[in-house]
Design a protein around this ligand. Structure first.
Ligand code: SAH
Length: 354
């Protein structure tokens, strides 16, 4: 790949048409190429293109799909986990979850992560690089082709912090929601962030009606700063202010992720404080924002030393939130037999390669 190669999969149909015309090809070729890529076929594999056209494309453009390095299928619930190899040899993970209403894919946004959350496996080796729009889209296309089933929803909850790769993620969201493209409705897309307030504020103004997930994980600044370094830059108050403004601007609900760590953030007083903080920040007299908290017993990562809360502590926590008017669900674990949470397969793979 040369630096000036045009990355075809990062383009919208009109942009691709401009490129194709500038290469001296008829405009209709763009649609053939575009539809081929949506099916996971690069121009080189299209029988409708002449050898001369393919050679011209190979000289000026590039089209790469993530390679399936490993694939694990859960015997319990059919969850599929992919380890995808990228063009430079780095790997990311994606997971296809099968629900009654359809399939949803959890994709990665960066190779590694620099946010430093102490319970998370993805951040241990730091951030290597951002994923391009085509690498974000490629995960969806390859998984859809491989499972031979339509993917109807996306959660950006894999490796990486999506708002730390802002421009590429926005381009990806516009491409994936485009009616000419994969055409997944924004209401079926959610983006999860550890709390980059500047990014949340920018996102509010993009007119993308997606669902926002906030990884909160603690209700007091001392605990949150201890487990999530980003809290030292933007504390809970500034984060929740951005959430309230997001709701006022977009009308789209927010869900809060709260990972339960034994004796760290799972006591009854933590639940009381969480309810109080959320109710105070997000429910004014004139506005009642629906609040939903997802409780996730922490997935134990060897390096962190954190243990997950026991069942009784989880139910007690949920009951306190409900009593204070906050909907709480305990996240169902999918793919428990294939280690489906993100970050761990990539780490194991890199350790094998080293
Ligand atoms: N960077 C984004 C998205 C990736 S993480 C974010 O922070 O939201 C997706 C979710 O998994 C986040 O809520 C994250 O806090 C959570 N998570 C990470 N490691 C975990 C672990 N070991 N156990 C449970 N949840 C974890």
């Amino acid at each position: 790949m040369t630096d000036c190669s045009i990355d075809l999969l990062s383009l919208s149909l009109p942009e691709l048409e401009d490129v194709i015309v500038s290469l001296g090809e008829p405009k209709y070729r763009a649609k053939q190429i575009f539809d081929g890529m949506l099916r996971g076929v690069a121009p080189d594999g299209l029988t409708t293109l002449s050898k001369a056209t393919k050679e011209k494309l190979a000289k000026h453009t590039v089209c790469f799909f993530p390679r399936i390095e490993r694939k694990l299928v859960s015997a319990i619930d059919g969850t599929v986990k992919y380890l995808f190899g990228l063009s430079d040899g780095h790997c990311v993970e994606a997971v296809v979850m099968k629900y009654h209403h359809g399939n949803t894919i959890c994709i990665s946004s960066q190779v590694g992560c620099r946010m430093g959350c102490r319970f998370c496996a993805s951040t241990i080796g730091g951030r290597v690089r951002n994923l391009s729009p085509s690498e974000l889209l490629g995960q969806v296309i390859v998984a859809q082709r491989d499972t031979a089933e339509r993917i109807g929803g996306i959660v950006m909850m894999g490796i990486g912090e999506p708002l730390d790769n802002y421009d590429n993620v926005i381009r990806f969201l516009r491409l994936v929601g485009d009616e000419h493209g994969i055409n997944i409705g924004y209401r079926h897309i959610s983006l999860s962030t550890c709390g980059l307030v500047d990014g949340i504020r920018r996102l509010s103004a993009e007119n993308l009606p997606i669902t926002l997930s906030i990884s909160l994980h603690a209700a007091d600044d001392e605990t949150r700063s201890d487990i999530m370094p980003i809290n030292r830059k933007w504390n809970i108050e500034s984060l929740l202010r951005a959430c309230r403004d997001w709701y006022a601007i977009t009308g789209r609900r927010i869900s809060f992720e709260y990972t339960l760590i034994r004796d760290k953030n799972d006591r009854p007083e933590d639940a009381e404080r969480l309810a109080e903080v959320l109710n105070r920040a997000l429910r004014t007299r004139t506005e009642t924002m629906p609040i939903h908290v997802n409780l996730i017993p922490v997935n134990e990562v060897k390096e962190s030393g954190f243990l997950h809360s026991d069942k009784a502590a989880v139910s007690r926590f949920a009951a306190i939130l409900e009593k204070r008017g906050i909907r709480a669900t305990v996240r169902r674990t999918l793919g428990a037999d294939i280690n489906a949470s993100c970050g761990q397969l990539r780490r194991a793979h890199e350790a094998e390669q080293a």
